[in-house]
Design a protein around this ligand. Sequence first.
Ligand code: 9MR
Ligand code: 9MR
Length: 580
Amino acid sequence: MKKLSVILACSLVMMAGCKPKDNPIKLNQVGFYPQAEKTASIEDDARTNEAALLTMDGKVVWEGKAVREAVSPWSGKTRHIIDFSEVTEPGEYLLRVGESVRKVYIRNHALAEVAQAGMKAYYLQRCGCPIEEQYAGEYAREAAHFDTCVMVHPSAASESRPAGYVFASPYGWYDAGDYNKYIINSGFTIGMLLLGYEADYMYYGAMALNIPESGNDVPDILDEIAYNLRWMQTMQDPEDGGVYHKLTTPNFEGFVMPIDCHQQRYAVQKSAPAALDFAATLAMAARVYKAYPEYATEAENMLRQAERAYAWAVRNPNVLYDQEGNNSKYEPQISTGMYNDSTSWDEFFWASTELYITTGQQSYLEQAKAFMPKRFRLPTWGDIEWLGAYEWLQYASFTDDVNAQEFVEKLRPMLFTYLDDQLGKVSTSCYQMPYGNDPTDFCWGGNAEICCGRGIAMLYGYRLSGDPRYLTGALQTANYILGQNATGYCFVTGLGQKQVMHPHQRISSADGIDAPLPGFLAGGPNPGQHDKESLGAYKYESDFPDESYLDVEPSYASNEIAINWNAYLVHLMAGVDAAF
Ligand code: 9MR
Ligand code: 9MR
């Protein structure tokens, strides 16, 4: 009996502690460009800082010691930085440090695969159509969420569309791990993707996604984005031009497949940020899509809709989304994602910018000047003005419109001051990069909003100056996402050697396939641990900001996926790849 309990106790300890020791070599697991910087961060427990790079048949091509040591401001852990940039020959290698080894890939177009998978992921998020085997392989699924009978929620009632009025609002992408569709986040997503497209349209023009529209005369990325634009266009009240904030079930669905969802879906409250994000997105899209005959009529409609939405926001600038307020007045109560905001000046800046660049109208120019940003901020769904600022800087580089100069003079120094400050942190960083050196870098969606977001800011620095230091900065943030981080995960599903397997995503959970849907960026380490109470038997293994990550399904605060986050991923990876 005693013996048995000892065995039992031991096996319990083993079960709890049987996790294989993490590989101390942290590096980009997808690929390095032949001519670019190549580094790895080695955990101190490797007990050596001597490294060697070997070919797959064991020939040593490089040997060296760490070039420096860095101590994490968050965990106090020491890391050794290995720099093997001098190896430029494409190929597959092994990096050996002490008893540990990690695969290393050096190749041209090293990040193309990530950019392509990140963009293809949107097809897998489509709502209201079958996902077909020829495009999705084993991830094929039946059509669901047709959204042909969406009900106007009392918070959104107008004279011609009273509460209970039913209208069609089909298509679009599911927002994230949940099945709802939110205008704020859709707008940001398309804005971020189309900015990337405008900067690197030749690159994207050649990106093949294998989606139902492939083979027409339009770049696949634009066809994919059009699928979500079609939904957005249905979210405007034709009577007054206002835009519903979101299309949602009252409560989040369970972890079931789309065809097993049966709750009524509602169009909920109009808001100024929704109207403005809608206006900006459709004004931008009208400009981009009008070049394609297939979309010419649609482009005209988009612009008309954008102008009406903007006019609504001018009449209602302070109408913000107020879920709590609505719940105190109306039934059914709504508990899903809020995407709420406390101001709308930043959305005004972005929308007036896009409307001016598309129409050339003086009134929009005046508005954009009135809402000029005063400092740099990484653009996010809630703080969106720098999508507009990037647009001005990009536009100015190929236009002779003198009005752009005033914007460039003000905005450019804000961007470069920020970039130089961030680059100054690389030489003491644990991961050889301008990310992870500030406490606020780790937050809900930080992998995308801060890490990739800062990489994109660096990309703009490079695009505007041609200075390769900024391109290297962008590449370094990509290295973080692909494995050079405290967790050792490659944070894009389906890629890398240490993969994310259990994202908080209903389809990945319910489809009965072990591997999650590929190409999605996980939110990443978030010391806020907002999901702590929802983890059931799971528990964060660390409270350090850079290690507050759990690859388990209930962890929505560190392991969800989302369309806005993938837009940062695609813009960064494609932008870097286009530059090399
Ligand atoms: O699944 C939801 C996810 O998509 C949201 O991002 C997240 C925050 O709004 O909420 C998730 O739903 C959780 C809810 O907030 C709390 N109870 C557990 C739910 C997940 O199963
Ligand atoms: O990305 C959003 C993050 O910035 C917020 O802090 C968080 C809580 O409000 O919500 C995130 O957005 C979620 C949305 O509310 C519902 N769909 C899933 C989104 C990603 O987690």
